[in-house]
Design a protein around this ligand. Structure first.
Ligand code: GLN
Length: 451
Protein backbone atom coordinates (compact mmCIF):
# COMPACT_ATOMS: atom_id res chain seq x y z
CA UNK A 1 0.00 0.00 0.00
CA UNK A 2 2.79 2.46 0.86
CA UNK A 3 4.45 1.87 -2.53
CA UNK A 4 1.15 2.43 -4.30
CA UNK A 5 0.49 5.64 -2.38
CA UNK A 6 3.88 6.89 -3.61
CA UNK A 7 3.05 5.80 -7.17
CA UNK A 8 -0.35 7.48 -6.94
CA UNK A 9 1.34 10.77 -6.02
CA UNK A 10 3.93 10.38 -8.79
CA UNK A 11 1.27 9.74 -11.43
CA UNK A 12 -0.76 12.89 -10.65
CA UNK A 13 -0.26 14.28 -14.19
CA UNK A 14 -2.36 11.39 -15.51
CA UNK A 15 -5.35 12.79 -13.59
CA UNK A 16 -6.56 9.25 -12.90
CA UNK A 17 -7.75 9.93 -9.35
CA UNK A 18 -10.56 12.32 -8.45
CA UNK A 19 -10.29 11.65 -4.71
CA UNK A 20 -7.24 10.12 -3.04
CA UNK A 21 -7.71 8.47 0.35
CA UNK A 22 -4.14 7.69 1.48
CA UNK A 23 -4.81 8.04 5.24
CA UNK A 24 -7.71 5.60 5.13
CA UNK A 25 -5.58 3.31 2.96
CA UNK A 26 -2.81 3.25 5.56
CA UNK A 27 -5.35 2.46 8.30
CA UNK A 28 -6.90 -0.30 6.22
CA UNK A 29 -3.48 -1.74 5.41
CA UNK A 30 -2.59 -1.74 9.11
CA UNK A 31 -5.82 -3.59 9.91
CA UNK A 32 -4.93 -6.01 7.10
CA UNK A 33 -1.53 -6.71 8.61
CA UNK A 34 -3.20 -7.47 11.92
CA UNK A 35 -5.64 -9.91 10.33
CA UNK A 36 -2.83 -11.58 8.44
CA UNK A 37 -0.81 -11.96 11.66
CA UNK A 38 -3.80 -13.70 13.24
CA UNK A 39 -4.06 -16.05 10.25
CA UNK A 40 -7.35 -14.46 9.17
CA UNK A 41 -6.29 -13.09 5.80
CA UNK A 42 -9.04 -12.67 3.21
CA UNK A 43 -8.62 -13.47 -0.46
CA UNK A 44 -7.57 -9.92 -1.29
CA UNK A 45 -5.91 -9.11 2.01
CA UNK A 46 -3.93 -5.88 1.71
CA UNK A 47 -4.41 -5.53 -2.07
CA UNK A 48 -4.57 -1.81 -2.96
CA UNK A 49 -7.36 -0.99 -5.41
CA UNK A 50 -8.69 2.06 -7.21
CA UNK A 51 -12.48 2.43 -7.30
CA UNK A 52 -14.28 3.95 -10.26
CA UNK A 53 -16.05 7.04 -8.95
CA UNK A 54 -19.39 5.57 -9.95
CA UNK A 55 -19.42 3.22 -6.95
CA UNK A 56 -20.90 4.72 -3.81
CA UNK A 57 -18.38 4.61 -0.98
CA UNK A 58 -19.54 5.36 2.54
CA UNK A 59 -18.20 8.69 3.80
CA UNK A 60 -16.10 9.28 0.66
CA UNK A 61 -17.08 11.76 -2.03
CA UNK A 62 -18.74 10.05 -5.02
CA UNK A 63 -19.00 12.20 -8.13
CA UNK A 64 -19.75 10.10 -11.24
CA UNK A 65 -17.38 12.75 -12.69
CA UNK A 66 -20.36 15.11 -12.88
CA UNK A 67 -20.74 18.64 -11.57
CA UNK A 68 -24.31 17.77 -10.61
CA UNK A 69 -23.10 15.45 -7.84
CA UNK A 70 -20.98 18.16 -6.19
CA UNK A 71 -20.39 17.32 -2.56
CA UNK A 72 -22.34 14.03 -2.67
CA UNK A 73 -20.98 11.80 0.09
CA UNK A 74 -23.00 8.58 0.37
CA UNK A 75 -23.87 7.15 3.77
CA UNK A 76 -23.85 3.67 2.29
CA UNK A 77 -21.39 1.40 0.50
CA UNK A 78 -22.06 -0.31 -2.85
CA UNK A 79 -22.40 -4.07 -2.60
CA UNK A 80 -19.42 -4.72 -4.86
CA UNK A 81 -17.03 -2.47 -2.95
CA UNK A 82 -18.32 -3.82 0.40
CA UNK A 83 -17.46 -7.32 -0.81
CA UNK A 84 -13.97 -6.19 -1.80
CA UNK A 85 -13.35 -4.71 1.65
CA UNK A 86 -14.71 -7.89 3.26
CA UNK A 87 -12.09 -9.80 1.29
CA UNK A 88 -9.39 -7.53 2.76
CA UNK A 89 -8.77 -5.16 -0.18
CA UNK A 90 -7.64 -1.59 0.53
CA UNK A 91 -9.04 1.49 -1.24
CA UNK A 92 -6.46 3.96 -2.57
CA UNK A 93 -9.04 6.40 -3.87
CA UNK A 94 -11.81 7.09 -6.35
CA UNK A 95 -10.89 7.25 -10.01
CA UNK A 96 -11.99 9.42 -12.89
CA UNK A 97 -14.38 8.44 -15.67
CA UNK A 98 -16.50 9.93 -18.40
CA UNK A 99 -19.39 11.86 -16.86
CA UNK A 100 -21.96 9.28 -15.73
CA UNK A 101 -19.89 6.72 -17.68
CA UNK A 102 -21.01 8.18 -21.00
CA UNK A 103 -18.09 8.13 -23.39
CA UNK A 104 -15.27 6.17 -24.95
CA UNK A 105 -12.30 8.44 -24.29
CA UNK A 106 -12.64 9.92 -20.81
CA UNK A 107 -12.95 13.38 -22.34
CA UNK A 108 -16.38 14.13 -20.83
CA UNK A 109 -15.39 14.21 -17.14
CA UNK A 110 -16.14 17.39 -15.18
CA UNK A 111 -12.78 16.70 -13.48
CA UNK A 112 -10.81 16.84 -16.73
CA UNK A 113 -9.30 14.36 -19.14
CA UNK A 114 -7.47 11.29 -17.94
CA UNK A 115 -4.17 10.69 -19.71
CA UNK A 116 -3.02 7.31 -21.01
CA UNK A 117 0.45 6.43 -19.63
CA UNK A 118 1.37 5.13 -23.13
CA UNK A 119 2.81 7.28 -25.94
CA UNK A 120 3.27 6.67 -29.66
CA UNK A 121 6.86 5.80 -30.59
CA UNK A 122 8.79 9.01 -31.08
CA UNK A 123 5.80 11.23 -30.33
CA UNK A 124 5.22 12.66 -26.90
CA UNK A 125 1.67 13.93 -27.35
CA UNK A 126 -0.82 12.68 -24.78
CA UNK A 127 -3.37 10.04 -25.72
CA UNK A 128 -6.78 9.11 -24.32
CA UNK A 129 -7.00 6.09 -22.01
CA UNK A 130 -10.35 5.04 -23.50
CA UNK A 131 -13.56 5.23 -21.58
CA UNK A 132 -15.56 5.36 -19.63
CA UNK A 133 -13.37 3.56 -17.06
CA UNK A 134 -10.35 5.61 -18.15
CA UNK A 135 -9.18 6.49 -14.65
CA UNK A 136 -9.32 2.82 -13.62
CA UNK A 137 -7.33 1.82 -16.70
CA UNK A 138 -4.76 4.56 -16.34
CA UNK A 139 -4.26 3.89 -12.61
CA UNK A 140 -3.66 0.18 -13.20
CA UNK A 141 -1.47 0.69 -16.28
CA UNK A 142 0.69 3.23 -14.43
CA UNK A 143 1.11 0.90 -11.43
CA UNK A 144 -0.65 3.36 -9.15
CA UNK A 145 -3.17 0.64 -8.26
CA UNK A 146 -2.88 -3.13 -8.38
CA UNK A 147 -6.39 -3.45 -9.72
CA UNK A 148 -9.48 -1.34 -10.17
CA UNK A 149 -13.20 -1.65 -10.41
CA UNK A 150 -14.85 -0.65 -13.64
CA UNK A 151 -18.34 -0.68 -15.03
CA UNK A 152 -19.25 -1.72 -18.54
CA UNK A 153 -22.47 -0.60 -20.23
CA UNK A 154 -21.34 -0.78 -23.84
CA UNK A 155 -17.63 -1.48 -23.54
CA UNK A 156 -16.38 0.75 -20.75
CA UNK A 157 -14.24 -1.91 -19.10
CA UNK A 158 -12.98 -3.69 -22.21
CA UNK A 159 -12.09 -0.75 -24.46
CA UNK A 160 -10.02 1.24 -21.91
CA UNK A 161 -8.28 -2.01 -20.92
CA UNK A 162 -7.30 -2.47 -24.58
CA UNK A 163 -6.12 1.16 -24.90
CA UNK A 164 -3.84 0.91 -21.86
CA UNK A 165 -2.48 -2.62 -22.23
CA UNK A 166 -4.25 -4.17 -19.25
CA UNK A 167 -6.95 -6.81 -18.76
CA UNK A 168 -10.60 -5.85 -18.29
CA UNK A 169 -13.42 -8.29 -17.61
CA UNK A 170 -17.13 -7.57 -18.06
CA UNK A 171 -19.07 -10.34 -16.33
CA UNK A 172 -22.45 -11.65 -17.41
CA UNK A 173 -25.24 -9.16 -16.68
CA UNK A 174 -26.49 -10.07 -13.21
CA UNK A 175 -23.24 -11.60 -11.96
CA UNK A 176 -22.18 -8.54 -9.92
CA UNK A 177 -24.66 -6.44 -8.01
CA UNK A 178 -25.44 -2.97 -9.33
CA UNK A 179 -26.64 -1.82 -5.91
CA UNK A 180 -24.88 1.38 -4.94
CA UNK A 181 -23.46 1.92 -8.43
CA UNK A 182 -24.64 5.21 -9.94
CA UNK A 183 -27.00 4.09 -12.71
CA UNK A 184 -26.44 4.88 -16.40
CA UNK A 185 -28.46 2.29 -18.35
CA UNK A 186 -29.79 -0.25 -15.89
CA UNK A 187 -30.42 -3.13 -18.30
CA UNK A 188 -26.80 -2.93 -19.50
CA UNK A 189 -24.64 -1.69 -16.59
CA UNK A 190 -22.36 -4.31 -15.10
CA UNK A 191 -19.44 -3.89 -12.67
CA UNK A 192 -16.25 -5.83 -13.31
CA UNK A 193 -12.53 -6.03 -12.52
CA UNK A 194 -9.56 -4.40 -14.29
CA UNK A 195 -6.01 -5.54 -13.55
CA UNK A 196 -2.69 -6.31 -15.19
CA UNK A 197 -3.19 -10.05 -15.69
CA UNK A 198 -6.06 -12.38 -16.46
CA UNK A 199 -5.36 -14.19 -13.19
CA UNK A 200 -5.69 -10.97 -11.18
CA UNK A 201 -9.05 -10.18 -12.78
CA UNK A 202 -10.24 -13.73 -12.04
CA UNK A 203 -9.23 -13.42 -8.39
CA UNK A 204 -10.86 -10.00 -8.09
CA UNK A 205 -14.11 -11.09 -9.71
CA UNK A 206 -14.48 -13.93 -7.24
CA UNK A 207 -14.72 -11.36 -4.46
CA UNK A 208 -16.94 -8.93 -6.41
CA UNK A 209 -19.57 -11.36 -7.71
CA UNK A 210 -22.54 -12.98 -6.06
CA UNK A 211 -26.24 -12.71 -5.40
CA UNK A 212 -27.57 -9.55 -3.80
CA UNK A 213 -31.21 -9.28 -2.80
CA UNK A 214 -30.90 -5.47 -3.09
CA UNK A 215 -30.48 -5.69 -6.89
CA UNK A 216 -33.54 -7.28 -8.49
CA UNK A 217 -31.51 -8.26 -11.58
CA UNK A 218 -28.76 -9.92 -9.57
CA UNK A 219 -28.70 -13.63 -10.31
CA UNK A 220 -28.75 -16.23 -7.59
CA UNK A 221 -26.04 -18.59 -8.76
CA UNK A 222 -22.96 -19.86 -6.97
CA UNK A 223 -19.72 -17.99 -7.72
CA UNK A 224 -17.27 -20.46 -9.29
CA UNK A 225 -13.58 -20.61 -8.54
CA UNK A 226 -12.57 -18.37 -11.46
CA UNK A 227 -8.87 -18.63 -10.76
CA UNK A 228 -9.19 -22.42 -10.90
CA UNK A 229 -10.48 -22.08 -14.46
CA UNK A 230 -7.04 -20.92 -15.60
CA UNK A 231 -5.80 -24.38 -16.42
CA UNK A 232 -3.98 -23.34 -19.58
CA UNK A 233 -5.72 -26.22 -21.35
CA UNK A 234 -8.01 -25.24 -24.20
CA UNK A 235 -7.61 -28.39 -26.29
CA UNK A 236 -10.76 -29.21 -28.19
CA UNK A 237 -12.52 -25.94 -27.31
CA UNK A 238 -14.40 -24.45 -30.24
CA UNK A 239 -13.74 -20.75 -30.82
CA UNK A 240 -16.03 -18.79 -33.12
CA UNK A 241 -14.83 -16.06 -35.47
CA UNK A 242 -17.83 -13.91 -36.45
CA UNK A 243 -17.57 -12.88 -40.09
CA UNK A 244 -19.69 -9.75 -39.56
CA UNK A 245 -16.93 -8.31 -37.35
CA UNK A 246 -14.74 -7.95 -40.44
CA UNK A 247 -16.25 -4.51 -40.84
CA UNK A 248 -15.56 -2.21 -43.76
CA UNK A 249 -12.42 -0.28 -43.20
CA UNK A 250 -11.01 -2.68 -40.59
CA UNK A 251 -7.37 -1.63 -40.42
CA UNK A 252 -4.61 -4.01 -41.46
CA UNK A 253 -3.06 -3.97 -38.04
CA UNK A 254 -6.27 -4.90 -36.25
CA UNK A 255 -6.87 -7.61 -38.82
CA UNK A 256 -3.33 -8.94 -38.29
CA UNK A 257 -3.80 -8.88 -34.51
CA UNK A 258 -6.99 -10.89 -34.85
CA UNK A 259 -5.23 -13.43 -37.10
CA UNK A 260 -2.41 -13.68 -34.58
CA UNK A 261 -4.96 -14.46 -31.86
CA UNK A 262 -6.52 -17.14 -34.05
CA UNK A 263 -3.11 -18.71 -34.64
CA UNK A 264 -2.26 -18.72 -30.92
CA UNK A 265 -5.52 -20.45 -30.04
CA UNK A 266 -5.04 -23.01 -32.84
CA UNK A 267 -1.53 -23.77 -31.64
CA UNK A 268 -2.92 -24.32 -28.16
CA UNK A 269 -5.27 -26.96 -29.53
CA UNK A 270 -8.52 -25.03 -29.98
CA UNK A 271 -10.66 -25.50 -33.04
CA UNK A 272 -11.45 -22.33 -34.99
CA UNK A 273 -14.93 -22.08 -36.47
CA UNK A 274 -16.30 -19.33 -38.69
CA UNK A 275 -19.67 -18.17 -37.37
CA UNK A 276 -22.29 -15.65 -38.37
CA UNK A 277 -23.94 -13.05 -36.13
CA UNK A 278 -26.19 -11.57 -38.82
CA UNK A 279 -27.66 -8.64 -36.89
CA UNK A 280 -24.31 -7.22 -35.76
CA UNK A 281 -24.59 -4.07 -37.85
CA UNK A 282 -27.76 -3.02 -36.03
CA UNK A 283 -26.16 -3.26 -32.59
CA UNK A 284 -24.68 0.25 -32.40
CA UNK A 285 -27.85 2.09 -33.48
CA UNK A 286 -29.94 -0.03 -31.08
CA UNK A 287 -27.51 0.61 -28.23
CA UNK A 288 -27.49 4.36 -28.84
CA UNK A 289 -31.27 4.39 -28.48
CA UNK A 290 -31.61 2.02 -25.50
CA UNK A 291 -28.73 3.38 -23.40
CA UNK A 292 -29.79 7.06 -23.70
CA UNK A 293 -33.46 6.12 -23.12
CA UNK A 294 -32.61 4.38 -19.86
CA UNK A 295 -30.22 7.18 -18.92
CA UNK A 296 -32.93 9.80 -19.40
CA UNK A 297 -35.06 7.93 -16.88
CA UNK A 298 -32.23 7.25 -14.42
CA UNK A 299 -30.89 10.79 -14.47
CA UNK A 300 -34.31 12.32 -13.78
CA UNK A 301 -33.44 12.03 -10.09
CA UNK A 302 -30.88 14.86 -10.28
CA UNK A 303 -33.29 17.65 -9.56
CA UNK A 304 -31.31 19.91 -7.25
CA UNK A 305 -33.26 18.58 -4.25
CA UNK A 306 -31.97 15.15 -3.40
CA UNK A 307 -28.31 15.12 -4.44
CA UNK A 308 -25.37 17.43 -4.91
CA UNK A 309 -25.64 20.66 -6.82
CA UNK A 310 -28.51 23.15 -6.54
CA UNK A 311 -28.73 26.31 -8.61
CA UNK A 312 -31.46 28.59 -7.27
CA UNK A 313 -34.15 29.83 -9.63
CA UNK A 314 -37.16 32.08 -9.45
CA UNK A 315 -39.47 29.12 -8.75
CA UNK A 316 -39.25 25.33 -8.45
CA UNK A 317 -39.25 24.61 -12.17
CA UNK A 318 -36.65 27.23 -12.77
CA UNK A 319 -34.50 25.71 -10.02
CA UNK A 320 -34.77 22.26 -11.68
CA UNK A 321 -33.88 23.69 -15.07
CA UNK A 322 -31.01 25.83 -13.85
CA UNK A 323 -29.53 22.99 -11.79
CA UNK A 324 -29.65 20.57 -14.71
CA UNK A 325 -28.43 23.15 -17.22
CA UNK A 326 -25.39 23.91 -15.11
CA UNK A 327 -24.85 20.47 -13.60
CA UNK A 328 -24.75 18.27 -16.69
CA UNK A 329 -22.06 18.40 -19.37
CA UNK A 330 -22.66 18.43 -23.13
CA UNK A 331 -22.46 14.68 -23.73
CA UNK A 332 -24.89 13.91 -20.91
CA UNK A 333 -27.32 16.52 -22.25
CA UNK A 334 -27.05 15.01 -25.72
CA UNK A 335 -27.95 11.58 -24.30
CA UNK A 336 -30.86 12.97 -22.29
CA UNK A 337 -32.27 14.69 -25.37
CA UNK A 338 -31.93 11.53 -27.48
CA UNK A 339 -33.38 9.41 -24.69
CA UNK A 340 -36.42 11.53 -23.90
CA UNK A 341 -37.11 11.93 -27.62
CA UNK A 342 -36.94 8.17 -28.22
CA UNK A 343 -39.29 7.52 -25.30
CA UNK A 344 -41.83 10.21 -26.10
CA UNK A 345 -45.35 9.32 -27.19
CA UNK A 346 -45.46 9.03 -30.96
CA UNK A 347 -41.80 8.05 -31.29
CA UNK A 348 -41.66 5.21 -28.77
CA UNK A 349 -42.66 2.48 -31.26
CA UNK A 350 -40.43 3.77 -34.01
CA UNK A 351 -37.29 4.02 -31.89
CA UNK A 352 -37.34 2.42 -28.46
CA UNK A 353 -39.55 -0.56 -29.29
CA UNK A 354 -37.69 -1.15 -32.55
CA UNK A 355 -34.37 -1.02 -30.73
CA UNK A 356 -35.63 -3.58 -28.20
CA UNK A 357 -36.62 -5.90 -31.05
CA UNK A 358 -33.15 -5.54 -32.55
CA UNK A 359 -31.70 -6.30 -29.14
CA UNK A 360 -33.69 -9.55 -28.98
CA UNK A 361 -32.40 -10.53 -32.45
CA UNK A 362 -28.83 -9.88 -31.41
CA UNK A 363 -29.23 -12.03 -28.32
CA UNK A 364 -30.73 -14.76 -30.49
CA UNK A 365 -27.76 -14.56 -32.92
CA UNK A 366 -25.40 -15.27 -30.04
CA UNK A 367 -27.61 -18.06 -28.71
CA UNK A 368 -27.53 -19.81 -32.08
CA UNK A 369 -23.78 -19.34 -32.42
CA UNK A 370 -23.16 -20.79 -28.97
CA UNK A 371 -24.87 -24.03 -29.98
CA UNK A 372 -21.76 -24.58 -32.03
CA UNK A 373 -18.89 -22.81 -30.23
CA UNK A 374 -17.64 -22.33 -26.65
CA UNK A 375 -16.33 -18.78 -27.00
CA UNK A 376 -15.95 -16.05 -29.59
CA UNK A 377 -12.77 -14.15 -30.50
CA UNK A 378 -12.79 -10.60 -31.91
CA UNK A 379 -10.69 -7.45 -31.63
CA UNK A 380 -11.70 -5.25 -28.67
CA UNK A 381 -11.67 -1.93 -30.53
CA UNK A 382 -11.20 -0.81 -34.13
CA UNK A 383 -8.07 1.22 -33.30
CA UNK A 384 -5.40 1.86 -30.71
CA UNK A 385 -5.66 4.83 -28.33
CA UNK A 386 -6.13 8.15 -30.12
CA UNK A 387 -5.23 11.73 -29.27
CA UNK A 388 -7.34 14.23 -27.33
CA UNK A 389 -9.90 16.01 -29.45
CA UNK A 390 -9.36 13.66 -32.38
CA UNK A 391 -12.94 12.42 -32.25
CA UNK A 392 -14.29 15.04 -29.91
CA UNK A 393 -16.39 17.07 -32.32
CA UNK A 394 -18.05 14.10 -33.99
CA UNK A 395 -20.14 12.02 -31.59
CA UNK A 396 -20.92 9.46 -34.30
CA UNK A 397 -17.26 8.74 -34.88
CA UNK A 398 -16.83 8.36 -31.13
CA UNK A 399 -19.76 5.95 -30.93
CA UNK A 400 -18.20 3.83 -33.71
CA UNK A 401 -15.40 2.98 -31.30
CA UNK A 402 -17.83 0.68 -29.49
CA UNK A 403 -18.63 -1.41 -32.56
CA UNK A 404 -17.05 -4.63 -31.21
CA UNK A 405 -18.07 -4.30 -27.57
CA UNK A 406 -21.71 -3.24 -27.78
CA UNK A 407 -23.30 -6.42 -29.23
CA UNK A 408 -22.28 -8.56 -26.24
CA UNK A 409 -23.53 -5.82 -23.90
CA UNK A 410 -26.96 -5.92 -25.52
CA UNK A 411 -26.97 -9.71 -25.10
CA UNK A 412 -25.71 -9.50 -21.50
CA UNK A 413 -22.75 -11.79 -22.22
CA UNK A 414 -19.42 -11.99 -20.40
CA UNK A 415 -16.35 -10.67 -22.20
CA UNK A 416 -12.72 -9.98 -21.52
CA UNK A 417 -10.14 -7.79 -23.22
CA UNK A 418 -6.59 -9.14 -23.12
CA UNK A 419 -3.52 -7.21 -24.31
CA UNK A 420 -2.34 -9.07 -27.39
CA UNK A 421 0.15 -6.94 -29.26
CA UNK A 422 1.39 -3.50 -30.22
CA UNK A 423 0.32 -1.25 -33.05
CA UNK A 424 2.84 0.01 -35.62
CA UNK A 425 3.15 3.10 -33.46
CA UNK A 426 3.96 1.02 -30.39
CA UNK A 427 0.57 1.25 -28.67
CA UNK A 428 -1.19 -1.66 -26.96
CA UNK A 429 -3.98 -3.50 -28.77
CA UNK A 430 -6.49 -5.83 -27.21
CA UNK A 431 -8.34 -8.96 -28.23
CA UNK A 432 -11.81 -9.66 -26.92
CA UNK A 433 -13.16 -13.06 -25.90
CA UNK A 434 -16.88 -13.49 -25.38
CA UNK A 435 -18.51 -16.38 -23.56
CA UNK A 436 -21.87 -17.97 -22.94
CA UNK A 437 -24.05 -16.49 -20.20
CA UNK A 438 -22.50 -17.22 -16.79
CA UNK A 439 -19.58 -19.05 -18.37
CA UNK A 440 -16.90 -16.60 -17.27
CA UNK A 441 -14.72 -19.64 -16.57
CA UNK A 442 -14.24 -20.41 -20.26
CA UNK A 443 -13.60 -16.73 -20.96
CA UNK A 444 -10.86 -16.68 -18.31
CA UNK A 445 -9.43 -20.01 -19.46
CA UNK A 446 -9.08 -18.93 -23.09
CA UNK A 447 -8.02 -15.42 -22.06
CA UNK A 448 -5.20 -16.90 -19.99
CA UNK A 449 -3.84 -18.63 -23.11
CA UNK A 450 -3.96 -15.43 -25.19
CA UNK A 451 -2.13 -13.32 -22.63
N1 GLN B 1 -18.89 4.26 -24.93
C1 GLN B 1 -20.20 3.77 -24.58
C2 GLN B 1 -21.11 4.91 -24.25
O1 GLN B 1 -20.67 6.00 -24.32
C3 GLN B 1 -20.11 2.80 -23.45
C4 GLN B 1 -19.95 3.44 -22.14
C5 GLN B 1 -20.00 2.47 -21.03
O2 GLN B 1 -19.85 1.26 -21.23
N2 GLN B 1 -20.25 2.98 -19.84
O3 GLN B 1 -22.25 4.75 -23.94
Amino acid sequence: TAAHITAMAASKPLNAYITETPEQAVDAATASDARRAKGEAGKLEGIPLAIKDLFCTKGVLTTAASHILDGFTPHYESTVTAKLWDAGAVMLGKVNLDEFAMGSSNETSFYGNVVNPWRRDGDDSALVPGGSSGGSASAVASFSAMGATGTDTGGSIRQPAAFTGIVGMKPTYGRCSRWGVVAFASSLDQPGPMARTVRDTAIMLESMAGFDAKDSTSVNMPVPNFEGALTGDIKGLRIGIPKEYRIDGLSDEIDALWQQGIDWLKEAGAEIVEISLPHTKYALPAYYIIAPAEASSNLARYDGVRFGLRVEGKDLNDMYASTRAEGFGAEVKRRLLIGTYALSAGYYDAYYLKAQKVRARIAEDFKQAYLNVDAILTPTAPSAAFGFGEKGDDPLEMYLNDVFTVPASLAGLPGISVPAGLSKEGLPLGLQLLGKPFDEETVFRVGGVLE
